[in-house]
Structure formats: C-alpha cells, structure tokens
Ligand binder design. Structure first.
Ligand code: GLA
Length: 732
C-alpha cells in the first residue's frame, strides 16, 4: 500500500488524487483514513499524533479495517451513516472511493473524499476541515443525487461516523430540563446501544446536549487521560449513538435525527449535513474543553473576540410589569452600579392583544404605548442619558392565538391538517412555520424593523419558548411533510444569515426557556446564551460547570439575582451570588429598588472588579479544578490568559455543613516558574486572607495550592454559612 501524506497540519504536501492514505493532522491529533480508489473508505486512526511508520503498522494490524461513513445495504447488520431509496425502490448503497481533493473553506484547509455508488448516480463527499491552531477537525457530508430526472429519498444522513477502539471507554454528556440545564452525566460504555437525542423541534439543548466527551482511559479526569470531544453543530433534532457490538469497536454516529424526517432529494441537488466537530487531547476533559473554547471563540461564535458588557435584564425584576418609569429606574440603577447595558425583557408589546402575561401578544411586535408612552425611542434616550446601551427581548418564531398576526395568518402556524393544534405556554402559544418563506420574511422583518427604526439598539434577547408539538406544515406539500423538522432549521438559519449580513454588530443572546439553545449550530449567529431560567447561585455552579465542557465563559449569561431565589426559594448571601455570576458573562437579574444601599455598593464594587479581570474570564483558558459533581463540598475553577501572566481563581462551597472537611484545591495551567501575586476580589472579611498580597510560584500553586478558610470572617449579624472566593493572580 502506498503511504502518502496528504495533509499535514493543514498544509498540502502531495497530489491528493493519487494518495491511498489520508492523514489529517493537528498539533495534538491525527486522523488517518485509507482511501484506495474503488475500495470502501476505511478508518485507520483518530487520536494522538502518529508517524508514517505507525500508520503502516496500524494498517497491518487492522487488516480489512472498519468502513468509514458506512453505507446501508451491503454491509450486513452494521450501523450505518447513510441510506437512501433509489427511484426504482432499491434501498442499498455501495459507495466506493472515487477521489480525494483539497481546498479552502471558512479560513481552514479542507480535504474531501468523494465516494461514488457503483450502480446509481449517487455520491457522497466526506469533508474534513482542519483548524490546526485549535486542534479541531470538522467533518460533514455532502450527499449528492446526481440523477438528472428522478428524486431519491434519504433515510439516514449522519454528519460523521467514528469508530472508537473497544476498551474502558466512558462517555460524559449533558442532560437536564428547564431550570436544571446542562447537568453532567458520565458513565462507561457497555454493550448495546447508548443513544443521546433530542426531538424538541425548536430548542435542542434543554434535555440532552448534542456534544459528548469520550474518555479512552477509564473514568474521566479533568487533568489527565486521552479524551475525544465531539460536538454536533446543529440547532435541530439530533441523534448521537454509540453501538458497542461484538467487534472491537464502539461505533459512534452523530447527525440529524432521521426519525420522521426522511428527506426527498430532487434531481441534481445536494443535502449538506451539519458539521461534527472533533477534538482530541491527552490532557483529560479539560484539554478538550480548552480546544473547543478556543475554536468556538475563533471560528464559530458571533464576536468571539469582543468583550461582553455587564448588563441588567428586567425579567426577574418586574416580569411582565413593564412601565416607562420602571425601566427608567432600572436603567439609572444599573448605570449607577457601573453596568453598561440594560435589557428590557418580555411585556413591552401588543396593542389589540397586550402582552400582560404569557397568553397574548406574541406576533404583534408593536410597542404598547399604555406602558411606554414614549416608545422605544424614549427608552433609548433614557439609556443614552444614563451613559449605557439598551437591548430588547423578542420571541420572533412564536405566536399567540390572541394576536392580530394569528387572526390574519392562521396558516402560518405549524399544525397538521384537519387537527386542532396542541398549545404551548399560556395555553395559546404556537410555533410559526419557518419552512414557509413568507414566515421567514416576517421573522427577518421583526428584527429589521426594530433595527432600522432604532439603529442604536445594542442587544437583542431572542427567545423561543415552545417545542414543535404539532407535526404538520401548512406550507409544505403533503409528500414533503417529513421535511418539517429539517426545513424549520434551514429557515431559522437563513433568517439569521440575513440578519447578520445586515446587522453584523448587534449583540444577540440565544434564550430558549433558559439554556435550550446552547449549541454550536446556533452560536455562529449569537454572542451568548442564557444558561437557565434558574438563577439560584448554587444550582448555577452545577449548570455552568456542565456548559463549560463545551462553551467558553463569554457565552454564558450569568446573572446576580434576588434572595430568596425566585426558582428554588433558597437564601444565598449576595457575595456568593456575585462570585458565581462573575465566573461567566456577568449581569444582573434583579429589582435594584429592592436592594439596600450596602448591597448596591457591593455590586458596584464587584462590577468594577469584574471589569479588571473580564478579559481573563471571557477569553482565557479554563482549568476546572474541583468538580461540584464529586461532592467534596467545594467546587473550583480557574481562568488563565494564554500568556499565563494573569489568572482568576474561583472557589465556592457547595454545601453548608458544620465542621465540614474540605479538600485543598490545587491550581493548574499556570507557569510553574513564574511568581504570582495574590489579590482577593469581592472581599467581605474583616481580616484579609493570609495569602493576600503575597507572592507564590506557579509550581507551588499547582502542587500545593492556597489554603482557603471554610468560612468568612464577619461580625455576628453578618455571619453566613456559605463561603466563596475570587482570587486574582498576577505574574510579577
Ligand atoms: C423565558 C426566558 C426568560 C424570560 C421569559 C419571558 O422563560 O427564558 O428569561 O425572558 O421567557 O417571558
């Protein structure tokens, strides 16, 4: 077998068409495929970097190898990535390598292997786009119906297939529900099928997330061991499946969930799957997270290089009770605390059907002048007078039946023909049919009208509070109803593309009843996501921990809210609430009028201190040090700049037991030979920490760690059983 290097760290080395072995290398990983023309594409290796000699040995050892991107019909009972029904009813495929090419896509080098069917005009281009700087490879398939006259039906269309060598393999993924998003679960892969999927239709991250960590060396560790990270970049229904059969492999297949979604591919058209991003690290879960964060900030996220502002959002402060005076007071309050942005949440719109609660108004995006006599212009003027920016809430994909929009366009909602719809929030909410281009125009126009009328709007909170309960499009023809789930998201993306083409600067938050749109298929058009409608600081430690597996801190909207917390009724001191919110994109979700002067002063100081370290938190490398899920009574993490000259250490108690023994947390990611000065932020104690102002080597902080007292040194009336610390480290 010829052994030729096609692509090394993103650089073309030889003529690809003659290559048998394809290598896609990043500094910490190699993906190796056997692409002999006329044969099945074979998977040889994905993991740590390998030499050409290693590849030769691997090829010898593997013999026939495993088919990469397996096709249904001639491979027996194997799990398959693609299947189709041909015009004559033939359900089998036999895809063989036809050629390999190379090109440039999205600022990276892409290698494409073309597989062609032996009997039908059908081909699949498997793409591997490499981001060497971030150690990430994105793979996806372009599935081509080359028939000039006939349609075919795709019944399976995975983004990627990855065989993982059988062993002590563990999978970590995020599961959850509304107000309890992004919980971490981690379990070994046993025999049989393990399926992670979401069929919400609109918001795909409330329950399971479409990202996984695959640990190859037994129970995962944050700091050590080989881990593959996989993130399906798709906003709609997905399916991640592991089949551990009697072969030597755990077969991992990821893509759009094909259930109820068979797709008719017209003559001479292509179905492009979402991308599956892969990364590999031998530095444990943390290594994978850091690569995803860097890749996300550099190549996926809207404005991944821009610092996020400190904001106040009106929701938990006033809920639907929007008034001009109330908004003005909140703006003055957040400005006085050093905030930079105010966001008016739900409740501002609806004229015939005022949005006084969740039952009415969605779809009628006109200002309710009873509540806001001077309209949005008045609010923008108030914001300007306060020296802050202004943002606004919308839920553009939705409608209430109590709305003018529904009266005029009842055919714009998703519902099956001949059936009464099942309603969502408020008993009247329905999802608009984004498969319909007229609806896409409508949704685009909501943003376009706001932004052309008020170009100084700085921020949009884009919400989505319902799933697709009613499978039926009044737009799609009867023989294309199975396109609904997919075309909805194609419509969604096309609207977002138009918005971003015209309004590249505006900040947009993805909210979906909380954190249900935390996904790399959504974030390219959004700056951040609302982690959860649950703002309880303790529960947020667990949720933000989970999200941090795949998403950088700058994406996580994390707000200081009231005590007792509105969702859990838990009472948590302000210091702790601040210290948790500061570990993400800091904001407030509270009625400032209900705060004491001391509390406001504390927030003012915290915001000022956050501004001095937010570049580290928002753009630094994350090291998770002590997991709340390990139940040791403390959770801790650290952000460090790429130059390792500044770091911010977070430490939160996760329970309040008397005489509890807490482990000392050792740090990570610092330069062992540099000396760092310790400064505590958000200090409340009578006496400073023993380490305050002192200088320690990175080696000491990583080997031994700082001793953190289990409580705060406070006078009696202020004593609390919670404790938390934020410590700034500055290299001398
Ligand atoms: C959803 C969001 C909240 C808030 C409300 C408004 O629940 O997650 O943050 O915006 O809608 O109705």
């Amino acid at each position: 077998m010829k052994l030729l290097t096609v692509l090394l760290a993103g650089v073309m080395a030889v003529t690809p068409a003659v290559a048998d072995i394809i290598r896609i290398d990043t500094p910490s990983s190699s993906l190796v495929l056997d692409a002999r023309k006329g044969k099945k594409l074979k998977h040889i290796h994905y993991g740590g970097p390998v030499s050409d000699d290693d590849v030769a040995s691997l090829c010898d050892a593997l013999g026939d190898g495993v088919t990469s991107y397996p096709d249904y019909g001639m491979l027996g009972p194997a799990e398959t990535a693609v299947s189709a029904i041909m015009p004559d009813g033939n359900r089998s495929l036999d895809l063989r390598v036809d050629g390999v090419s190379a090109g440039d896509v999205d600022g990276g080098k892409v290698t494409t292997v073309t597989l062609r069917d032996t009997a039908y005009p059908f081909s699949v281009d498997i793409n591997y786009l490499v981001y060497p700087g971030e150690d990430v490879i994105e793979t996806w398939a372009d599935i081509n119906n080359l028939d000039k006259k006939n349609s075919i039906i795709l019944t399976r269309f995975a983004s990627g297939y990855l065989p993982v060598r059988y062993g002590d393999v563990w999978v970590s993924h995020l599961y959850g529900s509304a107000k309890n998003e992004a919980r971490v679960e981690c379990a070994p892969l046993g025999h049989g099928i393990r399926m992670i999927r979401n069929r919400d239709g609109v918001r795909n991250a409330h329950t399971s997330h479409s990202e996984v960590m695959i640990s190859l060396d037994g129970k995962p560790s944050e700091r050590n061991g080989r881990v593959i990270g996989a993130a399906l970049c798709y906003s709609g229904n997905y399916k991640l499946m592991f089949n551990t059969d009697q072969s030597n492999w755990h077969h991992f297949i990821a893509g759009i969930d094909e259930d109820d979604s068979e797709y008719h591919l017209d003559p001479e058209t292509t179905f492009t799957t979402p991308r599956l991003a892969l990364t590999y690290s031998d530095r444990g879960l943390g290594g994978v997270s850091r690569s995803f964060h860097r890749w996300g900030r550099a190549h996926k996220l809207a404005h991944g290089d821009r610092q996020r502002k400190v904001l106040l959002n009106s929701w938990e402060g006033v809920y639907f009770k929007i008034t001009e005076k109330g908004m003005a007071d909140m703006m003055a309050d957040i400005a006085s605390m050093g905030g930079e942005l105010f966001v008016m949440d739900d409740g501002w719109f609806g004229v015939e059907y005022p949005r006084d609660n969740a039952k009415a108004g969605l779809g009628d995006w006109m200002v309710d002048r009873r509540k806001l006599p001077h309209g949005i212009r008045g609010l923008l003027d108030t914001a300007r007078r306060n020296g802050i920016d202004f943002g606004i809430w919308i839920e553009p994909e939705m409608v209430n039946t109590a709305s003018r929009l529904y009266r005029e366009h009842p055919d714009w909602v998703l519902k099956p023909a001949n059936r009464e719809p099942v309603y969502g929030r408020g008993g009247t909410q329905l999802v608009l049919d984004l498969c319909n281009p007229a609806v896409q125009d409508f949704v685009f126009n909501i943003v376009d009208t706001l932004m052309t009328s008020y170009p100084d709007i700085d921020y949009i909170k884009w919400d989505a509070n319902m799933n697709i309960k009613n499978h039926g499009s009044q737009y799609l023809p009867s023989d294309r109803q199975s396109h609904l789930f997919i075309d909805y998201h194609r419509g969604f993306v096309s609207v977002l593309e138009r918005i971003r083409a015209k309004y590249p600067d505006v900040t947009i938050q993805a909210c979906a009843s909380g954190g249900a749109r935390a996904n790399w298929g959504t974030l390219p058009w959004f700056d951040e996501f609302w982690v959860s409608d649950n703002t309880d600081a303790l529960q947020r430690v667990y949720m933000q921990w989970g999200d941090s597996y795949f998403f950088p801190a700058m994406t996580m909207a994390s707000h200081i809210s009231a005590s007792p917390n509105h969702q859990t009724q838990r009472r948590i001191p302000l210091k702790y609430r601040i210290d948790v919110a500061m570990s993400g994109r800091l904001g407030m979700e509270i009625q400032p009028r209900d705060m004491t002067d001391d509390e406001k002063a504390m927030c003012r100081r915290a915001i000022a201190e956050y501004k001095t370290v937010r570049h580290v938190i928002q753009s630094g490398d994350l090291y998770r040090l002590q997991s709340p899920y390990d139940d040791k009574g403390v959770a801790s993490l650290l952000y460090v700049t790429p130059a390792r000259d500044e770091a911010v250490f977070f430490w939160w108690k996760t329970r309040t037991f008397f005489a509890d023994q807490l482990p000392r947390v050792t740090m990570d990611g610092l330069d062992p030979d540099r000396r760092y000065r310790v400064t505590e932020l958000n200090r409340i104690d009578n006496k400073p920490l023993k380490s305050e102002g002192k200088v320690y080597t990175g080696r000491f902080l990583m080997d031994t760690g700082l001793e953190i007292p289990p409580g705060h040194d406070l006078d009696k009336p202020d004593r609390v059983s919670w404790a938390s610390r934020v410590i700034r480290l500055q290299a001398l």
